[in-house]
Ligand binder design. Structure first.
Ligand code: F6P
Length: 533
């Protein structure tokens, strides 16, 4: 048994589970009229009601004891201090420095990185300002109309999710496109109606070695040149965001057009860096800085609030309660806001790439569950699709509902229906309804939810919301004693793809893999031989 599952606080929670078993959440409300306000919290402009969970005061006390025993506060302080907490890559984890608006020095290996951060922010301001104003033009002097971000994973999901969320703040002339997949269909569709003379490409890659991104970037470059643009046009139409100056220059992008970030910014934590350039271009640099402000407010709450009243800590520990003690294996994210439709996909990478680990920092195999499956779709669409399983299926799936009080439109009837549905779903999931005569109408209830309320979805509230989830993931990683900042699990598939790609061009049957893989490769090769022009 691991040290964690033998620890006094873990065992205290296991005992508590037995004591609480059999008491439905609805009964907890009947017993305790003050419950809703006690299990709710305002922080950094967000209001979170976590009372519809199977918890009582004692649960929180015991969960916080587990967080303390796991050293969550010390780990948090180490992260904020720029220590190399990403041990397998020997790196600091300092995305919080990117949004530290205090101007205080931020040290990494004895060097204050805040001047570098400020310098990149001011370059982003200059560049985004000139594209937005029309001063930066394409090679024929025409203003930019389309911006294509080429990146994948953290170099795509964050800026794309934020650009979608902040659409009401968008620039009239600029249309944003995001190309991530190496499937040629992605770039073909993005460029179908684009004009080479007015299209700007941002090649975003932390490493600048990612096969998908470089393949798409080469295709984009060829597309520009094939339209008759001269070689010098590349400088007007391509900028790069990366930590790898050499590779950017080898690709042929002038390093004057490169926006730098640093190895202490993890890919899935990078939207606060120059990876956020599409956000600045679309919504303006003021909006981008407000996004940083919102995240900074959540960082300060996370750093300063006592663990008992600390929102990321509470959401993380309630998640641990569900997963490690009550046996849930997945988590639904249901934004009741269409602008947040990419949030579930973004949180999938954040959570699953961070905490999908099974070895501890001490190299031991875990004997408890770590990261769970994160998935979701906006409400109310999900209600007419998969909510059936939430209400009457055999698996209990905790859900986060995210809802904005004030919409960006004036269709009040729509908004009332939307919000009513959000509140009704969490009520129905918790209370259920009993039907003795018709078992198919029976709803057991007791399905947990958190409701996260945002006043208006603006850059600051969005920044706070994203930072809330980042820190939630961090706290869970601390308790599970895993490294939330590496992603070695993605490497094997990348290596094998290189081998297989080479085999497509060989002659004679491929027999070096397992029977299934050989068969698939040989089928594709046969097809490729007869159909390729
Ligand atoms: O393969 C996984 C990964 O490394 C992610 O962690 C990262 O966000 C993504 O690929 C893209 O990496 P890069 O920004 O270096 O192209």
């Amino acid at each position: 048994m691991s040290l964690l599952t033998q620890s006094p606080s873990w065992r205290a929670l296991a005992d508590h589970r037995e004591a609480l078993a059999g008491t439905p959440i609805r009964e907890l409300f009947e017993r305790d009229t003050d419950r809703a306000s006690r299990f709710s919290l305002d922080a950094a402009g967000l209001f979170v009601d976590y009372s519809k969970n199977p918890i009582v005061d004692d649960t929180i006390t015991r969960l916080v004891a587990l967080a303390r025993e796991a050293g969550v506060d010390a780990h948090r302080d180490a992260m904020f201090a720029g220590e190399r907490i990403n041990r397998t890559e020997n790196r600091a984890v300092l995305h919080v420095a990117l949004r530290d608006r205090s101007g205080a020095p931020r040290m990494v290996d004895g060097v204050d990185v805040s001047p570098q951060i400020a310098a990149v922010l001011s370059r982003m301001r200059r560049f985004s300002g000139s594209v937005r104003s029309g001063a930066w033009t394409g090679y024929t002097g025409r203003e930019i109309t389309d911006i294509v971000n080429i990146g994948i994973g953290g170099s795509d999901l964050g800026p794309k999710m934020v650009c979608e969320a902040l659409r009401p703040y968008g620039h009239e002339r600029l249309t944003m496109h995001f190309v991530s997949n190496v499937d040629g269909a992605d770039i073909v569709e993005a460029l179908k109606h684009a004009d080479p003379e007015t299209t700007l490409f941002i090649v975003s890659s932390k490493t600048f070695t990612t096969r998908e991104t470089l393949t798409n970037a080469h295709t984009a470059r060829a597309w520009l040149l094939a339209s008759g643009a001269p070689e010098e046009a590349v400088a007007r139409h391509f900028v790069a965001v990366s930590t790898n100056t050499e590779a950017v220059s080898a690709f042929g992008i002038d390093t004057d057009n490169m926006f730098e970030f640093w190895d202490w910014v993890g890919g899935r934590y990078s939207l606060w860096s120059a990876i956020g350039l599409p956000i600045a271009l679309m919504a303006g640099m003021d909006a981008f800085e407000q996004l940083l402000d919102g995240a900074d407010a959540m960082d300060r709450h996370f750093a300063d609030a006592p663990l008992e009243r600390n929102l990321p800590v509470l959401l993380a520990m309630i998640g641990i309660w569900h997963q490690n003690f009550l046996g849930t294996t997945s988590q639904l994210i249901a934004p009741y806001d269409n602008y947040l439709h990419r949030l579930p996909a973004y949180l999938q990478q954040l959570d699953m790439e961070s905490n999908g680990k099974s070895v501890t920092l001490d190299h031991a195999r875990v004997d408890y569950m770590t990261g769970s499956v994160i998935w979701g779709e906006p409400g109310t669409n999900g209600q007419h699709a998969f909510f059936q399983l939430l209400h009457q299926g055999t698996a209990v799936i905790p859900a986060d509902f995210i809802v904005c009080m004030q919409p960006h439109h004036t269709l009040n009837e729509h908004h009332d229906i939307l919000v009513a549905n959000c509140f009704a779903q969490s009520e129905a999931l918790m209370n259920g309804s009993r039907s003795v005569d018709e078992p198919h109408r029976n709803f057991e209830g007791n399905r947990p939810t958190n409701t996260i309320c945002v006043d208006t979805l603006n850059p600051a509230s969005l920044g706070a919301l994203i930072a809330l989830y980042e820190h939630k993931v961090f706290v869970q990683g601390c308790v599970w004693r895993i490294n939330s900042f590496d992603q070695w699990g993605v490497e094997l598939g990348k290596k094998l793809a290189v081998v297989i790609e080479k085999e497509f061009a060989l002659s004679g049957p491929i027999e070096s893999h397992d029977g299934s893989t050989n068969q698939l490769i040989n089928r594709f090769r046969a097809w490729r031989k007869t159909t390729r022009v």
